[in-house]
Design a protein around this ligand. Structure first.
Ligand code: TV1
Ligand code: CA
Ligand code: ZN
Length: 393
């Protein structure tokens, strides 16, 4: 077996911080920061650290966070104390400022450190891209796409993606944001609603009454006022349960391909939420590691500076598989790594199957029913194609 080598004339940087990964949202909370430790352990076991520039992410400063967030919110976030008794779904006490302290966004020990380290990694990645010191920068600890200017939402407190894109915009005229988390990337969409320098596209499960956050309909495309530069610059791809690799690949390639053609971004920010994988605790899709990774591969082929963010992902063993495979795609060693997980690692039992690419049957027993008729997908492609006629770089 040959060693993983550094791609010639090509730099991948990897930004993480072990201090971020030790935080706990609470026993039953689906968000498990240790999934980052598991992912890293698999990435390192494959020897990929030798093919990347590895950085310990620093904490983002208050001023950096204040580029997007309100100081009222940051001041509160910096001073609130953890609650003595953790809440659960049954114990919702809506005495909440800034939506903090409910079951989705609990107050836990070290919350501010957790948030500033996540944003610090994302910002470090953005700076590497701005100064052309990386071709692809990876921040698996980022991707917290629901956070608003002055509000926590859906497990997200600080929107590291928005902060990172604001940094990119200091050097790049146009940034394309792509979001393959199973949830709608509402916070990022909203932050760049009124500008034509950022296009946002989110693929997500859409069911306004039964699936969080309930926004992101096909015809939600930015401000309705044509005078607003942001008009037509939000693309939404609402999907149903059970979508497969093949369908997702067709949609992603067609839609992202056409957006790149029209909008001509100078950098791409890709949120790789792994809750769109089959078998996710919160997700509803039938994507496999290969199909999820194909999105990263497609973006890399655009040959533009690229940031990869993490995001959701609630079945840690599958999160680790996806982000490991995607790290290998960034490096370009995906053909060289063994589909069998490396032997003799202490965490090996976490993975149940010893392959990087478990089959749907291995993941689910029985695959989830696919509720995405081909006709509906064609209609989505057609809507987006018509929308893009209004976009000009
Ligand atoms: C504590 C303990 C919190 C168990 C939350 C699932 C829990 C959820 C829990 C949960 C859960 C959500 C809502 C309902 C809004 C609420 C990182 C009025 C078993 C990017 C965020 C999903 C996804 C929030 C984040 C959602 C991301 N689903 N068990 N909470 N209310 N919240 O529906 O996009 O992946 O589920
Ligand atoms: Ca999404
Ligand atoms: Zn999600």
């Amino acid at each position: 077996e040959s060693a993983i080598t550094r791609p010639k004339g090509y730099t991948v940087s990897f930004h993480c911080n072990p201090d971020m990964e030790k935080h706990h949202f609470g026993m039953t909370h689906p968000m498990k920061p240790w999934r980052l430790t598991l992912s890293k352990s698999l990435i390192y076991s494959y020897g990929m650290s030798f093919a990347m520039d590895n950085y310990i992410a620093r904490a983002a400063t208050y001023e950096e966070l204040a580029d997007f967030h309100s100081t009222d919110y940051l001041d509160f976030l910096g001073t609130v104390l953890p609650e003595p008794v953790p809440r659960d779904l049954e114990n919702q006490n809506p005495d909440l400022r800034f939506n903090l302290g409910g079951s989705d966004c609990p107050l836990f020990e070290g919350l501010y450190d957790y948030c500033s380290l996540s944003a610090g990694g994302a910002l470090d990645a953005a700076r590497k891209i701005c100064y052309k010191q990386s071709d692809i920068a990876i921040a698996w600890g980022g991707g917290l796409h629901h956070a608003k200017k002055a509000e926590a939402s859906g497990f997200c407190y600080i929107n590291d993606i928005v902060v990172a894109i604001l940094q990119l915009l200091r050097f790049h005229p146009r940034v394309l944001y792509i979001d393959i988390d199973v949830h709608h990337g509402d916070g990022v969409e909203e932050a760049f609603f009124s500008t034509d320098r950022v296009m946002t596209v989110s693929f997500h499960k859409y069911d306004p009454n039964n699936f969080f956050p309930g926004t992101g309909a096909l015809d939600d495309n930015g401000p309705k006022n044509e005078q607003n530069p942001g008009a037509h610059h939000a693309v939404n791809v609402p999907l149903n349960d059970g979508i497969t690799d093949e369908q997702y690949d067709m949609l992603f390639n067609t839609i992202v391909g056409r957006i790149v053609e029209r909008f001509r971004p100078t950098a791409i920010a890709l949120q790789c939420g792994a809750d769109s994988l089959a078998g996710d605790r919160l997700g509803r899709f039938n994507l496999q590691v290969q199909g999820h990774g194909a999105c990263v591969e497609f973006c890399k082929k655009m040959n533009l500076p690229l940031i990869l963010f993490g995001g959701g992902g609630y079945t840690p063993r599958n999160v680790a598989r996806a982000w490991t495979y995607e790290t290998s795609i960034a490096i370009g060693c995906q053909e060289k790594i063994s589909p069998m997980l490396p032997q003799h690692a202490p965490w090996r039992q976490q993975f149940r199957q010893d392959t990087l690419f478990p089959t749907l049957e291995q993941i689910l027993g029985e695959p989830r029913q696919n509720r995405n008729p081909q006709k509906r997908l064609q209609d989505i492609v057609q809507h987006v194609t018509e929308q893009l006629r209004f976009v000009q770089a």
